[in-house]
Design a protein around this ligand. Structure first.
Ligand code: ADP
Length: 491
């Protein structure tokens, strides 16, 4: 019996111990569960914060427009983290004031309007304080903060975290976050929000740089447009001037032609008069008039040629011709000038060249201009050679013929080798030119090469010059190349 009682007592003790243990365990498990719940909540909050922070960061880097970026940044931080108010302030006006760029709050009573500004040296303002010092400012209870200004639009603010927006040592402004709860910002929050503020600073800088580039681009475009317009106006004015000049030349040359023809006719009549033929002085005078009238006639004809080329009124009377014959006849025509100037003209055997389809009058003019130039720009005793070759081109009907006129003259500087083919272009000082058709450096109207190019191109050919440069002592010489199609079908 005693043993049974003892056993029951032992069992009861054991039960009491177990109960105590059970009570202890369940008490402990509650606190563990609570701790676990707390930890899980913290972890969850942290994970959400991290996720939000990374999403906000991503959105920011894709926005390059400040006007879009800052409202979005403040809204995202305020709504996603559930704060009372978030504002972005930037330093402006030579960094003497801070201006609210964008804000977001969880209530609609008295919205803070972007554009509000604060002097940087304001006595009471957490934002001005942060922008001045470049240091974060954190208060768990704004009511005890010396820096807190307090504004009527945010009556419920209890704690505030203001972070500098900085890029290295450069402060751009501040990110101001307010909560209606006391001590709302843990040290973890501060760390996370500061890293977000650093990303915002980079995004702001990117957007500012982008805005600068856009502005620069716009300014450049404006400038280009302005210059293009100026150029167009100048071009139109030049076109008009050119047209006026061509019209003037056309009128003058037409007007000159008739009296010139009369002078030429009458002076030739005069030459035949016995009185003039018998008197040496009269004869010389009449010869002079005839020569002068002929030269003037040539000049007027050259001007008319130019007008025709310019106004595209040129018509070619094409026939099959031999360049060998054409150049030989020119040789005869120029013999007197060559003799006067003691120059040798050597024309290579051009008979093997194919006959070409071209306008003989035009080509006569082309080679006359080139040969008289060669005479004019080669000092006495020099040499002019003409050579030719056939250029066979399988894909071109008939191929081309190339004629090269070489002289041992003063040559042409590279910078003028294209310009001399423009009308009225003459190198050197025009007033220093001596007059006379074939005198050394004799002046002309500056039209010869321009007409030659116009006529050659009208045949579908090409003309250009090669020269080692201009030197009146060494005389490097020039080579004028003329390439003409053999048949009109090849032009
Ligand atoms: P111009 O009536 O002045 O001869 P051109 O149009 O025939 O006009 O020639 C233009 C300019 O080209 C000349 O003023 C001259 O300076 C240069 N030029 C032409 N041919 C030669 C040449 N064979 N050697 C050197 N310079 C030349």
């Amino acid at each position: 019996m005693t043993a049974l009682r003892e056993q029951v007592a032992a069992l009861q003790r054991e039960k009491a111990e177990l109960q105590l243990l059970l009570e202890l365990t369940s008490e402990h498990s509650d606190s563990i569960t609570e701790e676990l719940r707390d930890l899980t909540q913290q972890l969850q909050k942290h994970a959400t914060q991290l996720e939000v922070s990374s999403q906000v960061g991503q959105q920011m880097t894709s926005l390059l427009n400040l006007a879009e970026l800052l409202p979005q940044v403040s809204k995202e931080i305020q709504t996603r983290f559930g704060y009372y108010y978030v504002g972005v302030w930037l330093l402006e006006g030579l960094r003497e004031e801070v201006v609210l760029q964008a804000s977001s709050q969880n209530h609609a009573q008295g919205l803070l309007i972007p554009g509000a500004s604060l002097p940087l040296d304001a006595d009471k303002s957490i934002v001005a304080h942060v922008c001045r010092t470049g240091q974060p400012y954190h208060t768990d209870d704004v009511r005890v903060s010396d820096e807190y200004l307090g504004i009527k639009e945010l009556p419920d603010t209890r704690s505030e975290l203001t972070l500098p927006l900085r890029l290295g040592y450069k402060f751009l402004g501040a990110l101001d976050i307010q909560s209606e709860h006391e001590a709302a910002f843990t040290s973890e929050d501060v760390r996370l929000l500061q890293s977000l503020a650093d990303q915002i600073a980079i995004a702001i800088r990117n957007a500012q740089l982008y805005a600068q580039i856009v502005q620069l681009n716009a300014e450049l475009e404006d400038k280009v447009q302005e210059r293009t317009q100026e150029l167009e106006t100048a071009y139109r004015r030049l076109e008009l001037l050119d047209r006026n000049k061509s019209d003037f030349i056309q009128v003058v040359s037409h007007e000159l032609r008739t009296p010139l023809t009369l002078i030429r006719g009458y002076s030739q009549l005069l030459l035949r008069k016995p009185l003039v033929q018998e008197d040496e002085t009269y004869g010389q005078l009449a010869d002079g008039i005839v020569a002068g009238a002929n030269r003037l006639h040539e000049i007027v004809d050259t001007m008319l040629d130019m007008v025709k080329i310019d106004s595209q009124m040129l018509t070619l009377a094409v026939e099959r011709l031999s360049l060998a014959e054409l150049l030989a006849s020119l040789h005869n025509k120029l013999n007197e000038s060559l003799l006067q100037r003691n120059l040798t003209l050597m024309i290579a055997d051009l008979d093997p060249l194919p006959w070409i389809e071209a306008d003989p009058v035009s080509l006569d003019k082309v080679f006359t201009h080139l040969l008289t130039n060669a005479i004019k720009y080669t000092p006495d005793g020099g040499r002019i050679t003409v050579s030719g070759r056939f250029l066979e081109m399988p894909e071109q009907t008939g191929g081309f013929v190339e004629i090269v006129i070489r002289d041992t003259g003063i040559g042409i500087a590279p910078e003028f080798q294209e310009l001399i083919f423009t009308k009225f272009y003459q190198t050197g000082e025009v007033s220093l030119h001596s007059s006379g058709k074939t005198k050394f450096k004799g002046g002309g109207a500056g039209l010869g090469l321009s007409i030659a190019r116009g006529l050659v191109e009208a045949h579908g050919g090409r003309i250009w010059v090669e020269s080692a440069g201009h030197d009146e002592e060494i005389c490097p010489g020039s080579q004028f190349h003329v390439v003409l199609p053999v048949s009109r079908a090849g032009a």
